[in-house]
Design a protein around this ligand. Structure first.
Ligand code: ZN
Length: 408
């Protein structure tokens, strides 16, 4: 009898995560079984006294070659194909004896998406100026003209470098400044990296409505990540609105959903070679499974009704993806009022609505919870100060609308 009870307990523990997770059928299913990825060779290249390295988290450089006396080329490859056209690159280059070169960033068949940024001696990344950045040749070579190299490592990257350690630090600093925040590692990626969450709410979590904040499914989408950080920070401000909001709501934030892809310097996918924002129907990949399971366990354990999910991404320009009007969320007309407020402030509207399609978070928020689902996209090159002001405004308007919502 004792053995039976023990076995039953083991079975219950083993089934715990699969029990809460419900699969959903989407109109356009996607095969999200593992696919092989190409791991870049991590090394220090050296040609004519010029050194180039990809030996750091988030780096991507697949080869470094000499084209002619003054021109060198760094080649960039995706982790696998087919893939969204988002060539990510990040490396440092230097020449201890000094050199001025033309440097080609070569992306094969893929068009460039990101304007190069540079940082030296840990200075903040800045877009390279138009004088040193030549126009794209043949759609797939960006030439950095007359690049002056010296002893110091010049970091050149598609977007500001934000490896998983950066997000860990951000979480640590937030929890130090706001000790009420609950944070935990809720599971691990395919390669065993932590997937962390924060609950920004104050007081006992039971019976409160909840909102979800997701970010960084797609590794190079840094402008969206920056907006997420500012959005979260606004919710943590010490003012009457934010204080009231944190007491009334649970806010479950998952700031880094794809830590493997981020640290491997991927263009889009996780270590299973899959676009994770196509796996919210069948949950074949670890990362969506870990996050969805945690959301469901937490909200069931504390009887929280999920009202709203916001997933931060980046694309060519600022845009808010929503559902078409046939999908009426439980907080209708929140979305229309919120977008109107953004528009009135000169931040929009730039709404694009579409119905359920492939298994994305937007569909999952709606199908699982009947929640309002927002994909908050920030332009790749949107001014960083502007995107933070806009994210702070968006957070304030969200809090206003939800705090004032009747029946709360
Ligand atoms: Zn994205």
């Amino acid at each position: 009898m004792k053995n039976c009870v023990f076995l039953l307990l083991i079975t219950l523990v083993a089934c715990k995560s699969s029990q809460v997770l419900t699969e959903h059928n989407f109109p356009s299913p996607v095969d999200t079984q593992d696919r092989p990825i190409l791991l870049q060779e991590k090394r220090l290249y050296a040609i004519d006294g010029i050194q180039l390295s990809n030996q750091f988290d988030g780096a991507r450089a697949n080869d470094f070659t000499k084209i002619n006396d003054s021109t060198y080329r760094v080649s960039i490859l995706p982790e696998n194909e087919p893939i969204n056209e988002s060539p990510h690159y990040a490396f440092w280059i230097n020449a201890p004896e000094g050199a001025t070169i033309d440097l080609e960033i070569y992306t094969g068949d893929y068009k460039h998406r990101y304007w190069p940024k540079m940082s030296i001696s840990d200075s903040p990344y800045e877009p390279m100026d138009s004088i040193s950045f030549d126009t794209l040749k043949a759609g797939n070579i960006a030439t950095l003209r007359d690049l002056a190299l010296g002893r110091e490592q010049l970091f050149i990257a598609a977007q500001e470098l934000r490896p998983s350690s950066y997000t860990k630090n951000w979480i640590a600093n937030l929890t130090k400044a706001h000790p009420h925040i609950k944070t935990a590692t809720v599971g691990h990626s395919k390669l065993g990296k932590d997937i962390d969450y924060l609950d920004l709410g104050e007081g006992l979590p039971d019976d409160k409505p909840a909102i979800l904040i997701f970010s960084r499914t797609h590794p190079p989408e840094i402008s969206g990540y920056m907006a997420m950080e500012r959005f979260v920070e606004e919710i943590l401000e010490d003012n009457p609105l934010a204080n009231a909001f944190r007491k009334k709501f649970r806010v479950l934030a998952y700031p880094l959903i794809n830590p493997d892809g981020v640290d491997l310097g991927h263009w889009r996918h996780n270590a299973g070679g899959i676009d994770l924002n196509r796996d919210w129907g069948k949950f074949r990949q670890e990362e969506p499974r870990v996050v969805a399971t945690h959301v469901l366990q937490e909200t069931k354990a504390h009887n929280n009704e999920v009202l709203l999910g916001i997933d931060f991404h980046s694309t060519q320009e600022d845009v808010i993806y929503t559902h078409t009007t046939n999908r009426v969320s439980k907080i209708f007309p929140f979305k229309d009022l919120w977008l109107q407020a953004l528009s009135d402030q000169g931040y929009g509207p730039n709404e694009e609505a579409y119905d359920l399609s492939s298994p994305m978070t937007k569909g999952w928020f709606y199908l699982e919870f009947g929640a309002e689902a927002i994909i908050y996209e920030v332009g790749d090159e949107t001014d960083r100060s502007y995107l933070k002001e806009k994210a702070a405004f968006a957070a304030r308007e969200m809090m206003k609308l939800l705090v004032l919502r009747p029946n709360q």
